[in-house]
Structures are given as structure tokens and as C-alpha cells.
Design a protein around this ligand. Structure first.
Ligand code: PGU
Length: 410
């Protein structure tokens, strides 16, 4: 049996297991070090009571004749949840039938890549969530070998750095027949695109007959009311965009697993056929629906009580982000020219160390502060010299990590 040639093109392991490996190596050499992880964006706080109770009650009922249920009628999820998402999170800008429940945004990125196949070009913000590029390489959508420090051949990288306020300066690089991955609030930079910026993106995609895969996994962290939470707030997006989203970060479902994808009815292939129809064909074939227990939790989160809990939980992580920002703005950092971005409408703080390598800073923070971050270079060539801090952590751990950062000599 030969290895899938596309998977063979991937030059290194997936970013987060690589980081975990380095952490483990350090921990085994320094068993007394109390390492604090502000690396992977993994939620740490308990499920909230209303949501947790709804799932527990549903799970109990599954143990009765009347409360038991098996597979759903199709893989798209329970209609009540689809409807509630359309109403509560999109104010009716999308319909229940356009909302497809999933086991998480990451899984749906993979299925979307399979949907469009190898004939498309991947366009990404640089830096970007690694799944967009790695997954594209695996499906053969992104050409060739990895060019060290400049990414993969065949992927179009749109640099998003402090110089352009983390929005691509030149959307004309988008080719025809492309899948454009766009994440806002952004992982890793924490930047949120404005309505005008997203309108420009939609116009560019439509002009090039390309499709935007809009990842709104962190929408619940937006506090500035002028910032768009969905691509479907933009006129014309229904003709050119798919939105993926997740319950992981708003309500701590990273382990429970629940997300959704919106495929609007107006979205068609160049021959006029419906993208939603082939999405249904694909998902009904290779996906048997999200856990019914998880779906009840998602539903509970969209009640008035659930929304209150969601707000409190996301506020908790945003307070961590604020604290991390403050620590990194102290004189030991600012005197060395360190710049701090993000963290106000997103749970990530993105930090630039001019003239330094991000893996070097990662190693030094691990060795000297026993704090794990994520090296920016892992998110793409333009992430070099940056590191990402995740705000997902217990408040007391974040406070401890910030204390250690205050003693770090850049
Ligand atoms: N989309 C974005 C932009 C993400 O950052 C993440 C998680 C996901 C989707 C995943 O959503 P699920 O619904 O839970 O599948 N990013 C984290 C975790 C790492 C990972 O590999 O997913 C991070 O640290 O970047």
C-alpha cells in the first residue's frame, strides 16, 4: 500500500502536538517545574449549570423507552437547534434549513475541503489556523512541496501583519476558482475585520467566482457592537460564502464537540447547481450527525439563561486576555520594542518580538518562565517573530504566568 501522496507532502507534524512534545520533553527533564500552558486554545472552565443540566437530563432520559433516540433522520442535526441558531445567532439572516449541525468546526473544514476537492486553489490569511493549509495540502488542493519559511507551493498567502492592521493589503491576488479561508475574530492575531473590510472581501470573491470559507469560531468574543459577527451581515455574501462555527469556545464544548456550518441556498457552482445539495450528499454519506446529548447542550445555550452563561464565560476568558496584554505591555517588554495586539474582541494575544525567531522566544519562555505559548511561525511565514498567547486558562494560573512574565528579561 502506498502512502497518500498528498499527505506525504506535509513536512512536519501538526502544530499543537509538536508543541505538546516539546513541553513533555522539558517537563521530564525538569520534573519540579510547574508549567502553565497558554499555548493551545483549549477551554479550562467547567460547563455552566443550565447547559450542563440540560445535557444530564437528556442523557438520563436516553435510558428510558420514551426518551431514547438513535440516528437522526439525516446528518444535519435536530431542527429545533438549527432553528434556534438561525434565530438567536443570525437574527433570521439565515434559515434553519441552511444551518447544518456538526461535531465541530475543525471537522467541517476537513469535509468542506473534501467537498471542493483537489481542483481549487487555497487562499489564506498569513498567519492562519493551520488546518486550512494542512488540510488543503492533504486533499491535493494545494500544490506542492513546502518551501521553508515561505509556506507551501500552490497556496496563496495574504500577509496580515501589524503593517496592514492584520487585513490583506491586496485582495487582487485572489485567483479564480479559489477557496478563500478567512477567520474573524482571527486566530492567531486576535484582529476582527470591520464591515467595510468584509464587504471588500465579498466583492473580491464574487469578482473571481471564488468561495469564502468564513470561520467565525470566536464570534462570541466580540464586544465592539460595530464589528460583524457573521459574514452574512454583508450584502452579497449569500452568493459566495460558507460560514463555519463552533460551540467550543463560547460554552467550553472543546471536549463535548458541537459546531455548525451555514451553506446558503444562493450558493451555486459555476454550472448553477446547488452547493448545499452536494454538501448534504457528502455529509449524509460520511457523517452520522453530532451527538444528540451535545445538541441538547447547544440548544440550552441559546435560551436566555444559556446566553447569560455564555456571556459570563467568555467575559472570564477576555479578562485573562486583558491581564496578559497588560503583562506584556510592561517595561521589560516595551523597552525591547515588543508590540502587543489582539485580546480585546478575541481570546488570543498576538505579540511581536522584532528581530527574534518565534521558536526561540517559545523555547526561552518555556525554559525561563515555564510558560507555554504558540510560536507564530507555526501559523505561516508571516507569523515569524510573533508568538500567540491563549487566554484560555484558570484565572489564577494566568495571574501566576503574568507574574513570571514580569520577571522575564527580553
Ligand atoms: N476554527 C478556529 C479558527 C480555531 O482556532 C479552532 C480551534 C477551531 C476552528 C476548532 O473548532 P472545533 O469546533 O473545536 O473543532 N483552535 C485551537 C485548537 C487547536 C486545534 O487544532 O483545533 C487553537 O489553539 O488554535
Amino acid at each position: 500500500m502506498k502512502q497518500n501522496e498528498h499527505i506525504a507532502k506535509l513536512s512536519s507534524g501538526y502544530l499543537f502536538p509538536e508543541i505538546a512534545k516539546r513541553r513533555r520533553a522539558f517537563a521530564s527533564a525538569h520534573p519540579d517545574a510547574r508549567i502553565i500552558s497558554l499555548g493551545i486554545g483549549n477551554t479550562t472552565e467547567p460547563l455552566t449549570p443550565h447547559i450542563c443540566t440540560a445535557m444530564a437530563q437528556y442523557a438520563q432520559a436516553l435510558g428510558t423507552k420514551s426518551g431514547y433516540s438513535g440516528y437522526g433522520d439525516d446528518s444535519a442535526g435536530v431542527m429545533e437547534l438549527r432553528d434556534k441558531i438561525a434565530q438567536v445567532l443570525y437574527n433570521g439572516a439565515v434559515s434553519a434549513g441552511e444551518v447544518y449541525i456538526s461535531d465541530g468546526a475543525k471537522c467541517d473544514v476537513g469535509r468542506i475541503q473534501q467537498l471542493f476537492g483537489s481542483g481549487v486553489t487555497a487562499v489564506v490569511q498569513d498567519p492562519a489556523y493551520p488546518v486550512y493549509v494542512d488540510g488543503s495540502v492533504m486533499t491535493g488542493a494545494a500544490g506542492g512541496a513546502r518551501v521553508d519559511g515561505s509556506g507551501y507551493e500552490g497556496v496563496v498567502y495574504m500577509p496580515c501583519t501589524a503593517e496592514n492592521q492584520f487585513f490583506p493589503s491586496d485582495l487582487s491576488v485572489i485567483p479564480e476558482n479559489a477557496l478563500i479561508y478567512f477567520c474573524s475574530p482571527n486566530n492567531p492575531t486576535g484582529a476582527v475585520a470591520s464591515k467595510a473590510q468584509l464587504a471588500a472581501l465579498v466583492a473580491a470573491a464574487r469578482a473571481k467566482k471564488s468561495v469564502i470559507i468564513f470561520d467565525a469560531a470566536y464570534a462570541a468574543y466580540i464586544r465592539d457592537p460595530s464589528l460583524p459577527r457573521s459574514i452574512f451581515e454583508i450584502d452579497g455574501a449569500r452568493e459566495c460564502a460558507i460560514e463555519i462555527n463552533s460551540f467550543s469556545k463560547p460554552i467550553g464544548f472543546t471536549g463535548v464537540r458541537l459546531g455548525w456550518t451555514v451553506v446558503p441556498k444562493e450558493l451555486t457552482y459555476e454550472d448553477g447547481s446547488s452547493v448545499a445539495r452536494s454538501w448534504e450528499r457528502l455529509t449524509n454519506t460520511i457523517f452520522n450527525g453530532a451527538s444528540n446529548i451535545a445538541q441538547q447542550g447547544g440548544l440550552a445555550s441559546l435560551s436566555a439563561e444559556g446566553q447569560k452563561e455564555t456571556r459570563a464565560l467568555t467575559d472570564y476568558y477576555l479578562a485573562n486576555a486583558r491581564r496578559i496584554r497588560e503583562a506584556l505591555s510592561q517595561s521589560n517588554f516595551s523597552a525591547a520594542g515588543v508590540e502587543v495586539y489582539g485580546g480585546d474582541n478575541a481570546p488570543y494575544v498576538w505579540v511581536r518580538f522584532p528581530g527574534r525567531k518565534s521558536w526561540d522566544i517559545f523555547d526561552r519562555l518555556l525554559c525561563e518562565c515555564h510558560v507555554v505559548c504558540t510560536p507564530g511561525a507555526g501559523f505561516g511565514p508571516a507569523g515569524e517573530s510573533y508568538i500567540r498567547f491563549s487566554a484560555f486558562g484558570h484565572q489564577e494560573d494566568v495571574a501566576e504566568a503574568c507574574g513570571r512574565l514580569a520577571r522575564f528579561s527580553v
